[in-house]
Design a protein around this ligand. Structure first.
Ligand code: NAD
Length: 492
């Protein structure tokens, strides 16, 4: 034995245990208590009520947040109306653009802080809030800032005019991104805004409010009323709101549509989904596996356009499922602040209960479950990445939106059958197709009833590309030139 070999032999074996790489939370300052952001200031709620927002990965409280009552909402709408009439509505587009560009740059400057905050309040992996959410938030503000002085070119001869006050209600899965999708086009077109973030993720909207204030946005142009469903209902039903933009569940979307029928309010609804992800036998299999994983486990499956129904061509079904199971076992589930985490915390105890219930229904209905053997943290809300095989079209797990990391797998033989099965859903938000034939992609895209069809990729977003649903996934488009339409008078 050589000397080097002897030294190596005498060393204890290397310990290759996993070493987490945790993002620091020092960069974020969370106040103990937040008021409502109205007319450029944080104000105590007239309701005198507060609720606690927690970190879903630890169940530790983060802050107390005001619960806006009817009078608070009224105050916010009045502030938005005054700002619309006194400054913002008549301001030339090129001036509005300056504010929006400044907001976009400040979001970029504070991106790390905002990403950490988003992960703390919502439970999503830091690598997603850092690499997906925040860049897209800034991109949306840049993109719509660019439109603010070009509305006449976007709609030539149509004299585009703002609507007035927009009441906007958003969900908890992409809190800042949903804010950007709504606020950027509304402000770019000259409307003022009252925004209601979701009750489990109010913090990033409140910090954004102070950022907008620092950017010099005139008081009342952007207001935040925090609270739960009752606050949202007070906002959308307020008589002085001209435009309602809602993103959330189909059930609440229906309630809102009913309550607004017969009013003059302009409405857009971005609702739930149960997307079909279709894999043909000529698809590059390893890439398709990555696409499927991204499609359903991105953001714990808390994604309206999640590819939650997988259709695999029968000839490759077994091999594909076997590889997919192996890939699932490599996903790292746990601390969302760890930069290596793939699947973070479920957003709330309520959402965890809903996922658990539907997964149990899947078992009882006879589908076969697979979950990798991963260790889950003791505190917080967690659910293992899950897939079901042997699913039939009538199973509830093939029909209902689970909004969690749960994939239902089915098979098909021909393209016609794939279309028939993919469209067998009340929803129509998104779909994905994997094949190496360009002509087949176009054939499928023509027939899939979905607002977005991704080809050989999944969950790709761009501010220039419109996004929205068919059927019970809602109506109206956000993003792109189309996204301006929802906020302009007299243009269909
Ligand atoms: P939700 O409908 O329960 O709540 C969404 C928002 O509406 C929250 O802010 C909530 O407080 C508020 N709200 C609740 N009841 C209300 C009422 N009666 N009137 C007015 N506002 C009310 O949905 P959620 O659980 O927060 O979000 C998940 C849902 O959102 C899923 O169905 C998902 O598919 C959908 N979503 C859709 C899109 C899209 O672009 N289509 C994007 C993200 C999420």
């Amino acid at each position: 034995m050589t000397k080097a070999e002897l030294v190596r032999e005498s060393r204890p074996p290397l310990d290759w245990k996993y070493a987490p790489s945790r993002e620091s939370t020092d960069i974020v300052t969370v106040d103990q208590r937040y008021g409502l952001f109205i007319d450029g200031e944080f104000r105590r709620p007239i309701s005198k009520k507060y609720f606690t927002t927690i970190n879903p990965a630890t169940e530790e409280p983060l802050a107390e947040v005001a619960e806006a009552g009817e009078k608070d909402v009224d105050r916010a709408v009045k502030a938005a109306r005054s700002a619309y009439e006194d400054s913002w509505g008549a301001m030339p587009g090129k001036e509005r653009a300056k504010y929006l560009f400044r907001v976009a740059r400040m979001v970029q400057e504070r991106a790390r802080e905002l990403a950490v905050l988003e992960t703390m309040d919502g439970g999503k992996p830091i690598k997603e809030s850092r690499d997906v959410d925040l860049p897209l938030v800034a991109a949306h503000f840049f993109y719509y800032a660019g439109w603010a002085d070009k509305l006449e070119y976007a709609f030539p001869g149509l004299d585009p005019q703002p609507l007035g006050v927009a009441g906007q209600v958003i969900p908890w899965n992409f809190p800042l991104m949903m804010l950007a999708w709504k606020v950027a086009p509304a402000l770019a077109t000259g409307n003022t805004v009252v925004l209601k973030p979701a009750e489990t993720t109010p913090l990033s909207a409140l910090i954004f409010a102070s950022l907008a204030d620092e950017a010099g946005l005139p008081p009342g142009v952007f207001n935040v009323v925090t609270g739960a469903g009752a606050t949202g209902s007070n906002l959308v039903n307020h008589p002085d709101v001209d435009k309602v933009a809602f993103t959330g569940s189909t059930a609440v979307g229906k309630l809102i549509r009913n309550s607004l029928a017969g009013t003059n309010k302009k409405v857009t609804l971005e609702l739930g989904g149960k997307a079909a992800h279709v894999i043909f036998d000529d698809a590059p299999m390893d890439q398709a596996i990555e696409g499927v994983v991204n499609g359903i486990f991105f953001n714990q499956g808390h994604v309206c356009c999640a590819g939650s129904r997988l259709f695999v061509q029968e000839s490759i079904h077994d091999k594909f499922v076997e590889k997919l199971k192996r890939r699932l076992s490599t996903l790292r589930v746990g601390d969302p602040l760890d930069k290596n985490t793939d699947v973070g915390a479920i957003n709330s105890a309520e959402q965890l209960a809903r996922i658990t219930e539907l997964v149990e229904v899947g078992r009882v209905e006879g589908a076969e479950i697979f979950q990798p053997d991963c260790v889950l943290p003791r505190n917080g809300f967690w659910f293992r990445p899950t897939l079901f095989t042997g699913v039939s079209q009538s199973h509830r797990i093939a029909q209902e939106e689970i909004f969690g990391p749960v994939l239902s797998i089915m098979s098909f033989r021909t393209p016609d059958e794939a279309i028939e099965k993919a469209n067998n859903t009340p929803y129509g938000l998104s779909a994905g197709v994997w094949t190496s034939k360009g002509s087949r992609i176009l054939w499928m895209a023509d027939r899939l009833q979905a607002g977005v069809v991704w080809a050989n990729t999944y969950n790709k977003f761009d501010p220039a590309s419109p996004f929205g649903g068919f059927k019970e996934s809602g109506f109206g488009r956000e993003g792109g030139r189309h996204g301006l339409l929802a906020y302009l008078k007299g243009i269909a």
